[in-house]
Design a protein around this ligand. Structure first.
Ligand code: 4NP
Length: 155
């Protein structure tokens, strides 16, 4: 079992988009052996569902949306194999809780798995308009496909 954790700031826009897009791809392709969750480096939205603007964007693409926000915790390093940081600030916050190099090595920028988007970070859509949510949804599809290609490679 490969355990993936998607992490952004609030866990209501980017990381649930990643988790739900990946769940959609796993179902569509009949892939097994990958478990998914998401978290935010901040706990402000704890217990809330994904932002309605993010959910609407995903649902328009036929992607089912579920999940409740939670904060990233140090024990996530034990519970997950790959921790996907949406931006550099998220990555720095996650790394503050890492105990050793094994834990640090689990943290990767989500954008590093994208092939169709040449950005270093997933732009935070929270204070912007619809275009930002559409871009996040596009990026999530690109990066999730990249992650699946990577996981399918022989080690
Ligand atoms: P996310 O977006 O990190 O992609 O979930 C945000 C959600 C909430 C806030 C900022 C970004 N906020 O400031 O409450």
């Amino acid at each position: 079992m490969t355990r993936l954790l998607f992490v952004c700031l609030g866990n209501i826009c980017r990381s649930p988009a990643g988790e739900n897009t990946m769940r959609h791809l796993l179902r569509e392709r009949g892939l097994k052996g990958i478990s998914l969750d998401s978290a935010g480096t901040a706990g402000w939205h704890r217990g809330k569902g994904p932002d309605p603007r993010m959910s609407a964007t995903l649902k328009d693409r036929g992607i089912a949306v579920s999940g409740k926000a939670r904060q990233f915790v140090a024990s996530d390093f034990d519970d997950f194999d790959l921790i996907l940081a949406m931006d550099e600030e998220n990555r720095a916050e996650i790394l503050k809780l890492a105990r050793d190099d094994t834990q640090r090595a689990k943290v990767r920028p989500f954008m590093s798995f994208c092939v169709r988007h040449d950005l270093s970070e997933v732009p935070d859509p929270y204070y912007g308009g619809k275009d930002g949510f559409e871009l996040v949804a596009d990026i999530m599809w690109d990066g999730c496909e990249g992650i699946l290609r990577k996981l399918a490679q022989p080690k």
